[in-house]
Design a binder for this molecule. Sequence first.
Ligand code: NCD
Ligand code: ZN
Length: 336
Amino acid sequence: MVIALNEPLDMHLHLRDERMLEIVAPLSAETFSGALVMPNLVPPVTTKEALVSYRERIVKSAEKRDFTPYMTLFFRSDYTPEFLESVKSDILAIKLYPAGITTNSEGGVEGFELIELGGVLEAMSELQIPLCVHGETGGFVMDREKEFIPIYEKLAKNFPDLKIVMEHITTKSAVEALDRFENLYATITLHHLYITLDDVAGGLLQPHLFCKPIAKRPEDRAALLQAALKAHPKVMFGSDSAPHPREAKEAPGCAAGVFTAPIALQALAQLFERHEALENLQSFVSDNAKRVYGVNPPKKEVILEKSPYLVPEIYEGCVVPMFAGQSLEWRVLSAG
Ligand code: NCD
Ligand code: ZN
């Protein structure tokens, strides 16, 4: 059995910089037409110069493959409307992190008072720049996303013309919130469709499955699966593929992030086939994102075949993928 996917898009991707960028950019560029690139470098991407030079480094690292990096700016509450206007053509969205909630987010926002954020959000709304949000409070780790839903609702209500993307949703509460506001959208990762907290910490601790937001309960995964498998029109695939060097994962104080980019399409095909929903995969991995973000990525057809694929243990001796050393049921036959 074979399927063809056209212009796969990964609407939440960490590409990092320097050696890691050189390792991971070609892997994404091989099978994806484009990706929304997260700005949580050290220091975060907050200026036009940083955006432009980071995009150039990504394009160079992708080594001539047809791949569009859609750039994001790290949200700051002190951006002026003039500054936003000057970077509008360089970005597809702005990413908002609560301060300290995840990897390299220390410079994020401290509170969600509209009085503080309103000026920037108003300007984004007028300029039609979508807002992507890492929606977690500083509460108990399993409740952080659920506790953040009222903040999403406040933002959605106060800025009805602003597209707000709830990034990497992990809960039934977030899936339900999607349908309450027209301007709320979401991305779902590969790993949150596969795993629950049990897979991370139910037996021996699995550092390569540790990420933020942490994987939740079976009923949460079921709600995410339902939304993805039916290709809910407001839901897009965003891998949140977040590579860290092996020694940063297999360590006390394990870094958060699951590296999935090179195996994402194979594992999605496996999942959608198992649930008899292969016909919806195209919408989930591309069409919904094209429509929501209004993008027109470079043409790319990826042919996947149902035949065993042994996932590498490690890439370039540096970064360990999800399903390392395991066999998936689908492989990439060709991409181009
Ligand atoms: C991401 C990273 O490592 O940059 N980590 C993660 O666990 N997902 C940051 C993020 O998206 O939260
Ligand atoms: Zn992320």
